[in-house]
Structures are given as C-alpha cells and as structure tokens.
Design a protein around this ligand. Sequence first.
Ligand SMILES: *[C@@H]1O[C@H](CO)[C@@H](O)[C@H](O)[C@H]1NC(C)=O
Ligand SMILES: *[C@@H]1O[C@H](CO)[C@@H](O)[C@H](O)[C@H]1NC(C)=O
Ligand SMILES: *[C@@H]1O[C@H](CO)[C@@H](O)[C@H](O)[C@H]1NC(C)=O
Ligand SMILES: *[C@@H]1O[C@H](CO)[C@@H](O)[C@H](O)[C@H]1NC(C)=O
Length: 587
Amino acid sequence: MLCPHKIRLAVVLSSRKVQVIICSFTKKATRQIALPYLAFLLSSESTATMKLYALFLVVCLSMTSLPPSLSTEQRTLSCDVIVAGGSTAALAAAIAAARDNSQMHVCLTEPTDWLGGQMTSGGVPAIDFGPANKNRGFQPADFADMMDSLGGTGNPGDCWVSTKCYLPRHLVEGWIARTVRGLNNLQVFYNSVIKRVQRQGRVISAVEAVQRVPSSGFDQWGQRFSEAYLDWYSESDSQWFTKTLLRLEGRYDVVVIDATETGDVLVLSEASFHQGVETPDETSTLTLDTCGQAITFPFYMQNGPDSHVNVSRGSPGPFTLKSETWGHVWSYRRVQHVSGPMDESSPGDVSSQNWGGGNDYLGRYFLLPLHDTLQQRSDWQGGVNMTAIRQAEDRAYGWFHYYLTIAPPDVRGNLSMAGSDVSGTGTTLSKIPYLRDSRRSVGLQGYQLQKADFDKNSPGKYGVRYPDTVALGDFFMADVHRLDNCAYPGYVHDITIKPFYIPFRSLTNQDVDNLLVAGKTMAVSFMANAAARMHTGEWNTGLAAGLAASIMATENMTSQDMHNNVDTLQSKLSAFTTLDWNQPREY
Ligand SMILES: *[C@@H]1O[C@H](CO)[C@@H](O)[C@H](O)[C@H]1NC(C)=O
Ligand SMILES: *[C@@H]1O[C@H](CO)[C@@H](O)[C@H](O)[C@H]1NC(C)=O
Ligand SMILES: *[C@@H]1O[C@H](CO)[C@@H](O)[C@H](O)[C@H]1NC(C)=O
Ligand SMILES: *[C@@H]1O[C@H](CO)[C@@H](O)[C@H](O)[C@H]1NC(C)=O
C-alpha cells in the first residue's frame, strides 16, 4: 500500500489491532493531497485494507491542528548587532558593523545561500549607477573595491544599462566570500528567515529566525520559490528541510537592523510602517496599501551548448520588445560577453533577462494587503501574496519562450536557458524575486524622506542637504514600475530627480529605540524609495546603518541619542565615503 510522498503514514498492525499510528503531513499536503487521497481510498472499488487506511488517515487529519513538532531544535545566540538580512543593504550593514569594532558580535540572517540581495540572489547583476555615482569618487571605498573585483574598470557583460554587468556567482564566490571570511566577529546564518520579534517597551530584546537545512539529496533550488517559500517560514521539519529555531538575543544593548526585503522586523515588532503609495500627496500618511511597484523574476539565457533545462511554458503574455530590436534587448543586461558586435548574441554570451515589456509582472502587488499582513503576525510568512508570486514566475517562463521564438533564425538554435551554474537554481529563475519596494519605516518624530526635497523644483544643483546627512543617493529618475490594476495619484507622474542626500532620520523608527532600517525598508516616501532603491542607494544606507549600530551598541545609545550625536557617525563615515556631492573622494 503506497502513500503519496508528501504524507508519511506509518501503521503497525498486530493481531488485527492498531498499535501505533504515526502521521506526518506538510500543511500543504493536508490540503492538496490528503483529502483527494481519502476520497480515493473510499472510492467504490476500494478493498477492506484501503478502508482501514482511510480510517487511519481520518485520525491523522484530526491531529494536524496540533502545534508544530516539538522536536524542532532551538539554538540561542547572543549578539550585539542583529542584521535581519536578505538585501544588498544588509550585506553592507553587517560588514560595516563587524569591521568597526572587533569586540562586536554581529549576527546576520540571510534567507538564501547567497549574500547580496538584488546584486546576486535577486538576479540584478547590473549595477544601477546614476549619472553622478558612476563616478568612483562618490562611491564608498568598500563598494568601489567590490566593483574593482569584477574585472577592474571593465564591464564583463558589455551591457548598456550599466557599466558593470557580471555573473552573480563571481561576486558571491569572490569579493563577498573573501570579505565575510575576513571578519571573525560576523556570524552569518544562511537559509534563515525572521519568524518572531520580542519587544519590551521601546526596545527589541530578541529576534527569532527559522533556519533550514535541506534534506540529504534534496536540491532546494530545484523547487520554484513559490513552492518552497512558505516552508522556509514553517518551524516544523518537512519532507524538504530540517529546521532549527534560532533565538538571537542581545548580549548587553543589542541594536537590530531591518534590512529584509519584506520588512519582517517592522511588522513583527509592531513598529510604524507604510506600504504602497501615499495618496493623494507624497506627504500623506494614507497609502494605497495594494499599489506599489511591480516585481520580476530575472533569469539568464546563454548562447552556447544547450543546457537541457526543462522550462515550463509559463503564461502567454502579451509581451513586447517596446521599440527596441531583439539584439538591443539581448545586450541590455548581458552579464558575460567574450567577443562579437554589441547588439548581437554571440557564442559565449550570457544575457540576464529583466525587461519591462517581458518578465515584469504587472498583475498584482506582491505584498499582502495591510489587514492581511497584520493578521499574519502570529504565524509570520513574509506577508506576501503567493498567488501573485507564482504568476510572476509563470510570466518569466512565458517571456523566455516568446523571446526565444522571435530571435533571429541563425542564432535561435544556439540559445537556451542557462543552467544552475549561472543562476544558482535548477528552476533557472533568480533565487528570490527582484523586489522594487517594501514596507517602509516611519522615522523619528514621524519623519519620512520626501522626493520633493530633490526633484526638479528643489533649489540648487543637488537635493536638500540635511545636517544629519549620512548617505548619498542618485539615479536617473524616481523609477516606478506600475501595476495594471492601480490608479496612482497624479504626483507619481513626476519622476525627475537630482543627486540627493539621505539623513540619519531615514534610518530610524519612531516607536523602537534600538531599531534601524536600511535599503528598501527606510523611512522614506514611496517616491523617495523609487529613487533610493538602486544598488548604490542600498549600499550607502547599509554602510551608515551598520556603523550607527556599532556606535549605538558600544555606547548604549538609542536612535534618538545617535541623532543627537550624529557628528560622531558622520566622522566615522568619512573614513569610507564622501557625504557631499561637491566633494568626490580621492582614491
Ligand atoms: C518537463 O516538464 C514537464 C512538466 O513539468 C514534464 O511533463 C516533462 O516530462 C518534462 N520533460 C523532461 C524532458 O524532463
Ligand atoms: C493575491 O493575488 C491573486 C492573483 O493576482 C489575487 O486574485 C488575490 O486576490 C490576491 N490576494 C489578496 C489577499 O490580495
Ligand atoms: C552557433 O553555434 C555554432 C557552434 O558553436 C557557431 O559556430 C555559430 O557561429 C553560432 N551561430 C551564431 C549565430 O551565434
Ligand atoms: C543602557 O541604557 C538603558 C537606558 O537607556 C539602561 O536601562 C541600561 O541599563 C543600560 N545598559 C547598560 C549595560 O548600561
């Protein structure tokens, strides 16, 4: 008698009496398999043995509402700085905090097995420099060093969206691995997501994370993100993973940085946050909570021997090259180029596909509505809409087939999806989706950085420079990828910006004294995020948050104390970066 593989049902029979019934289901199996299986067992042709199994299954189903298995291992660790990670900003923050003070124990959680967020696991290995921060003199020293590690001043992919397109594995296995290894006081917890946050008054005292170890022989990246993601957050062991509950506690005065992609700590610590676009004005506290930025599942295509990856058909589109040629879309985010003309696909090319008219998924916001988000606090799963995420995956596969079909006939036979040696996944999609916005903190005294401070009507060559400036930001525009089902307020049409400044207040939260934010969780408006969300904006704010956390943990400071003494932070930062668009750093 066989059981579906997602259900483990062991029955020991002795003298026709049931002695032991062991039931184990994944939650999903209960819904998707167990009930149809029960119907099958009770179908008209079923034998007596099958009916007996049906009885056991009913007993098992009645037990599935029990709390998660008590066998889940627990580990308690003490940390001085906890970086809840997953983003580019998280990596910068953890490195900065650990480097600043070797006595600091820095704990970094990472949902995948690749650090770097959108630079690596999120599938955007094409650095979005703005016109000003393309100049090395405005990049923090460690960021410039990281860029140099990707082949000096060269552009490995000869792409046109950036001056630096590269294979993500080169960054993960090169600069990132070397840098993290060199910091003995930085402990990285890979394959870990935030589950609970313990808060006492205005202070977070502990953060709990679920760490998973894939079962032997199981390739976790052979599953779609949408298949595995809820399992990442489940505390129970599953057929795919063995789980450990990590309890990260403060040693003395812990500082927590929320640099997750989904604002996990903001939600779980009951801190104030916004999601979606402010309406009717940028300064409004009201937002359209299901209208934000579109997400994308980037993937890689190659010109070379067929990788024989089985790619599902995906969705039918519609898709469009807009007004570009096929070859110009190929070279847009090409990450490897050996030789050949710019706008052609040549043997040895690898092209990252992340195209507006292609795999951008405009169907639905990826974040759950605010109400559903808050409801999920008691059993947190990232607060995302899994149906929308799956549709985004299908959209990516659909774009692959469409783009292949319209390739020039002489090149088409040489093209295929790149294998896991490039993407790091058997599905060939990025490990995590490319997210362009998230849940955003509300800073000290209700502060949120406004794009109005640096748009075309602002005085001078650059945006407003704040006394508590701790980072530079720059891009071509406040870049919004709109969803189809949303009516955005009128002001969102104005996307012009100047190079701008980011104040320390953007890294704070008004309710929690020892919480900092960096990257897409910052205390900024929807439109300010649309300008600051690029790789350099994430890195610069991560660096500032990491150094601030180190100072705050050492000196037992609240974020308000840090704001009152921001010159200490600014002077430390000046060893790594310039904080003035008029003064490039000398290398
Ligand atoms: C590819 O995947 C489809 C759907 O998952 C499956 O039906 C088919 O057998 C697979 N083909 C190969 C060659 O593995
Ligand atoms: C999630 O997305 C799906 C598909 O786009 C949509 O039908 C559904 O209403 C969304 N769920 C919520 C809770 O918003
Ligand atoms: C296709 O691949 C073959 C074998 O590597 C190569 O000789 C040929 O130039 C390629 N054609 C194109 C158009 O890239
Ligand atoms: C840190 O400061 C808080 C008050 O802000 C105080 O309660 C706590 O005891 C201090 N911790 C240490 C180790 O001095």
